[in-house]
Ligand binder design. Structure first.
Ligand SMILES: [Zn+2]
Length: 459
């Protein structure tokens, strides 16, 4: 999401361990360890592989009847495991087709299968109710957000557990299929490719398939009365990418923005490498949330779309969505890159250059919020979407560019997107890629920009 739209406070779910302050440089979470910002979310004892999400939604009552099956894999024998789910009434849990015992505990759904699981297994949860919205003190909201004619689900950072029982941590990506049943005349949009639309009685079931791995926070479904636009864009690889754009009927997307999408996509492909997903498009809905979000394949915009925000959310498709942070403390790898993409776009027509952006930010006083806490060093979840992550994150890339030169810098952007495509990565991984491409030792530069409290000197 773009920084200017986002000055939000997060739900107080985070319990940040104080030991973070003592962590060594670029401490990646231990393999199999929890996310360091939301350590109570996610269960690393298994790996989520695929979510099959069936929803039946009534826009007049905002009620959902749902059944989600998660196919997962456990490297060791599990006598019980956890999913993240808040709100909703669970009516049954089955593991491998057999009824399982379960209990709710805070945001956890703890499942105890009849027999322990190991290797591939599946768990199906049936649940119903009115899904929750998180309201933050600044008025921004996530989770299941109601609109005048339906709802939209927005999950950054934790809201997806309001409507999908899930391993709700960015390090565990999976594929998705959604089958969403709504009253006839209503549209259901989700991530990925539209597989079909089937009418039965007074209802319509929309099927969407996200074939590429996706973090839970990037999952979305939007239900309402929409205008649809279907077209294609040709990738730099020659591949034809379907474009499905949906906008609330009262809004629609101006033709200028629909025309900007292929231009932005090709601009970013030239800089970042081939577009990573099977389809693209935009989702514009009347959700009063105050931010846009890089929901995978189909970024979400509240009410309207402007070109710079489009550039930002599309850049996330490479940085954030395809290459996903394994830990929320590395979010600058998404937001710093997307902000830098805005700078590159502005420079492209002879506007402000990234070097000028850097200089004007660098001139901010030492007391500015930009300089503290350093981008990866925040301990309060409200700093997740702060200036250091976005702006100092983008400055980190400009400092890298100045050090290694344009040719190596743009080679790093592509190598990064290629090496970790559809995966997760850490800051240490980026340092390694940048050092390999440039042949220079860069750990001090990254430490100055990402870890040092206060304005780095000598830049
Ligand atoms: Zn963003």
């Amino acid at each position: 999401m773009p920084s200017l739209l986002r000055g939000r406070l997060l739900p107080l779910l985070a319990v940040v361990p104080l030991v973070l302050a003592l962590a060594p440089a670029f401490a990646a979470p231990p393999p199999g360890g929890p996310d360091t910002l939301f350590p109570r979310l996610g269960d690393r004892s298994y790996d989520a592989v695929h979510y099959d999400v069936r929803l039946r939604y009534d826009p007049t009552t905002n009620r959902l009847r749902a059944r989600t099956r998660l196919d997962a894999s456990a490297p060791t024998r599990l006598t019980s495991f956890r999913l993240d789910l808040v709100g909703m009434r669970v009516t049954s849990v089955r593991v491998g087709g057999s009824r399982a015992r379960w209990r709710r505990s805070g945001q956890h759904l703890v499942v105890t299968p009849r027999r322990p699981v190991q290797g591939r297994f599946s768990v199906a949860v049936a649940y119903r109710g009115v899904p929750r919205t998180y309201r933050d003190p600044d008025g921004s909201r996530e989770g299941w957000v109601r609109t005048p004619d339906g709802a939209v689900a927005l999950g950054e950072p934790v809201g997806t557990m309001t409507w999908i029982p899930s391993d709700n941590t960015p390090g565990d990506k999976a594929t998705y299929r959604y089958r969403v049943t709504v009253p006839r005349g209503t549209t259901a949009v989700a991530n990925g490719d539209l597989q079909g639309r089937r009418n039965h009685g007074r209802s319509t079931t929309w099927t969407w398939r996200a074939r590429d791995p996706m973090a839970t926070y990037l999952a979305t479904v939007a239900i309402g009365r929409f205008t649809a636009h279907h077209s294609q864009v040709t990738s730099v690889t020659g591949r034809r990418i379907p474009v499905w754009t949906f906008a609330d009927r009262k809004r629609d997307v101006p033709r200028s923005i629909r025309r900007a999408l292929p231009r932005v996509l090709r601009f970013e492909e030239r800089l970042f490498g081939p577009y990573p997903f099977t389809s693209t498009g935009l989702l514009v809905d009347d959700a009063d949330v105050g931010y846009a979000l890089e929901t995978q394949t189909r970024p979400f915009f509240p009410y309207s779309v402007d070109e710079v925000t489009l550039v930002h959310e599309m850049a996330h498709q490479w940085y954030g969505d395809s290459v996903t942070v394994g830990d929320w403390h590395d979010l600058w790898l998404a937001e710093g890159f997307a902000t830098y993409a805005e700078w590159l776009w502005e420079a492209r027509k002879g506007g402000t250059t990234p070097a000028q952006q850097f200089d004007s930010l660098y001139a901010r006083p030492a007391s500015a919020r930009l300089w503290s806490p350093a981008p990866t060093e925040f301990t309060d979840s409200r700093d997740l979407f702060g200036d250091p992550v976005y702006l100092r994150g983008a400055m980190t890339l400009q400092a890298l560019r100045e050090r290694i030169g344009d040719a190596d810098f743009f080679a790093v952007l592509k190598a990064w997107a290629r090496t970790y495509r559809h995966g997760t990565a850490t800051t240490a991984d980026l340092v390694a890629v940048a050092e390999e491409v440039s042949g220079q030792q860069l750990d001090q530069l990254f430490a100055d920009w990402l870890e040092l409290d206060g304005r780095p000197t000598g830049y």
